[in-house]
Design a protein around this ligand. Sequence first.
Ligand code: SF4
Ligand code: SF4
Length: 280
Amino acid sequence: MKIAILSGKGGTGKTTVATNLALNYKNAVLVDADVEEPNSHIFIKPDIKKTESVYNNYPVVDSEKCDLCGDCGRFCHYNAILPAKKSVLVFKEICHDCGGCKIVCKKDAISYEKREIGKIFSGKGIAGIPFIYGDLNVGEVSGVKIISKLKEIVEQEDLVIIDSPPGTSCATVEAIEGVDYAVIVSEPTPFGVSDMKMVVEMLEKMHIPFGIVVNKAGLGDDEIYEYCQGKAIEVLENIPFSEEIAKMYAVGEMMCTGQEQYNTYFENIIHKIKKQTINH
Ligand code: SF4
Ligand code: SF4
């Protein structure tokens, strides 16, 4: 079973929920697919055993063969290849490695070279949790390929918790595609609820069952509960706003390793997820 943890925006407690769930969910593999800003490793403190690079291909044009016909430029949806008056310009940072320009080039003038866009790290974290995360290089525009690679690596695992990118970007869609269940983490504030609604819409369109964890409960108002009730969305748990939890987060400490009484929140979430995914 694959479970995605996501949120409308960063800073809502998504990583707190993902890491503490992994600690409480027996035999779970934790994947940090928030490759633009991975931070689960700060809490999981992994002993990294393996590091591998992820590459993107980009086109290189043989000027001897190219007749500047312009077909490649017309084909590229990302404007990453641009036939100009005297040569073809390639913007490798925005190339999405679709392979199309080579196919449309009648002169066979295009070949591909590769460049590193990020890395994948794997090992074991606190309590022996199998852990893997991706890290997109600074300046790169898309981490989709790294996320896809992360998912490929854990494809055969029985239980995977995916800390997904926030929002509703291509990277988020890639991270949650094919998961069995999703947990949205949201704060009960008007901004939190507004961002969360977009994520709810995305999950509904993708037909992924989901529930909501209200983090920092007690702040804000009741809008989130009224919204969930109106749409019959299950609130899996309320994690209260607490200075103690905030302090633990600030020093990279997990709730459930610092204070065992917090385990109950995550045990409840797991119990409710199991009830909702009984056939998996
Ligand atoms: S399609 Fe091929 S021949 Fe035409 S401009 Fe591009 S590289 Fe040159
Ligand atoms: S590989 Fe695809 S994205 Fe990259 S330059 Fe060619 S057509 Fe554009």
